[in-house]
Structures are given as structure tokens and as C-alpha cells.
Design a binder for this molecule. Structure first.
Ligand SMILES: [Zn+2]
Ligand SMILES: [Zn+2]
Length: 212
């Protein structure tokens, strides 16, 4: 049975676009994956800087969330997975980090939280993963869609929606995003988000010691 995830949807929908990056950042990495910052230090920085909400989304792990809870912190994780022949990153928010179904999809080794070369061999299937995210009370969000390898992003998102996709990462630094070649434009991503009424999320995908 799926848990109710309306609360997390309402919370994310309550964020204003111009709050992103300075007051809300829903995509931060810590040392639990390939980030440079200590998990607890990210939380402290967010408080000191006057953030409203942050989400730490380490690659394929929620170990940090099992150790630290805070009212400024939303639970999150960024999974490597495949949708057919398309390799993609899927963010999950508002999940129960102890959920046994979702736990099966977590990294089996430290390397699987850090190394691109290991992570690309992920066997996670996006359809099953979205089901597990919903069963753990969370929502599923397509990460940095402009980097998506799909030729037709609109069709690709439609497919993900048929599997239960809830949202799409719209607010992020497109130009300086991880030096990865961009296949799609910001305008296209916004258009698709509106067209399918997807929840719009945002974050910097920060891997550095300081979150600002
Ligand atoms: Zn990513
Ligand atoms: Zn990321």
C-alpha cells in the first residue's frame, strides 16, 4: 500500500521560485556520497545562513539521514537508474529512510555512492524504483533534465509520468551544471513541467564544502 505523500507535495509547492538557492536548496551532496561537506555541517550552515529548507540527496544512500534529523532538513536521495536505454538520475523526497522496500534500492558499497564509473552500472529500473519511493511515502523527481540522454525529452517525461513521476527539477544552475553536455534547454524543461503539471523542484547539486 502506498503512503500518503500530500504533505511533501504541499511543502515543495509552497516554495517560491525566487527562494531557490539562497533560502531553499533541495539538491546537496555530503561526504556520505561524493560531496566535500560533512552532513552535520551542511545542516549547521543552512541554519546560520537563514535557509527555510534544504534536502541532502546523496547518491544511492540515506545513511546521513539515519544519523541526523533536523527541522530544516527534508529527507532525500538521488538514485542512478535506467529507463529503457536511458541512464538517468532520479531524486526522491519525503521518504521514510527506514522503509525496507526502498532500502533494497540503496547502494551496496561505498563506491556506489561515489564513483560515476561504478554508478553507471546500476541495475535499478525506474518503474520499480518510483513504486518503492511511493511506498515509502515520498515523491519521485527527474533530476537535471537538461542533461538527460533522451532525444525527445517530452516523450521521455511522458513515459516517466506513466510510471508515476511526480516532479521535475526545474530550478538549477543550467550553465554551470557539472560541465556535462546539455541536450535540452531550460525553456524546454519549464514548458514540459507546466504542460504536465509536474511539481517543480530546485537545487544547486552542490558538491563543495560550502553550500553557498
Ligand atoms: Zn545527478
Ligand atoms: Zn546530484
Amino acid at each position: 500500500m502506498e503512503k500518503d505523500n500530500q504533505e511533501i507535495k504541499d511543502l515543495i509547492n509552497s516554495f517560491n521560485e525566487n527562494e531557490y538557492f539562497d533560502f531553499v536548496n533541495l539538491h546537496i551532496h555530503s561526504k556520505y556520497s561524493d560531496g566535500a561537506a560533512e552532513f552535520a555541517d551542511i545542516i549547521n550552515q543552512a541554519h546560520d545562513l537563514g535557509f527555510r529548507k534544504i534536502a541532502i540527496c546523496d547518491h544511492n544512500t540515506v545513511e546521513g539521514h539515519k544519523m541526523f534529523r533536523d527541522n530544516i532538513l527534508m529527507t532525500g536521495v538521488e538514485f542512478d537508474c535506467w529507463c529503457g536505454y536511458v541512464f538517468m538520475h532520479l531524486l526522491a523526497y519525503g521518504i521514510d529512510v527506514e522503509n525496507p522496500i526502498l532500502t533494497r534500492f540503496m547502494a551496496k558499497s561505498k563506491q556506489e555512492t561515489e564513483m560515476d564509473i561504478v554508478r553507471i552500472f546500476s541495475r535499478r529500473n525506474v518503474k520499480k524504483l518510483i513504486e518503492a519511493i511511493h511506498q515509502s511515502g515520498g515523491i519521485a523527481v527527474l533530476a537535471h533534465p537538461a542533461c538527460c540522454w533522451a532525444i525527445d525529452l517530452d516523450k521521455f517525461v511522458q513515459k516517466l509520468i506513466s510510471y508515476g513521476l511526480d516532479g521535475i527539477e526545474v530550478f538549477y544552475p543550467y550553465k554551470r551544471h557539472r560541465k556535462i553536455f546539455k541536450f535540452h534547454t531550460e525553456e524546454k524543461v519549464r514548458e514540459i513541467a507546466d504542460k504536465y503539471n509536474l511539481i517543480k523542484t530546485g537545487g544547486t547539486d552542490c558538491h563543495t564544502r560550502n553550500i553557498l
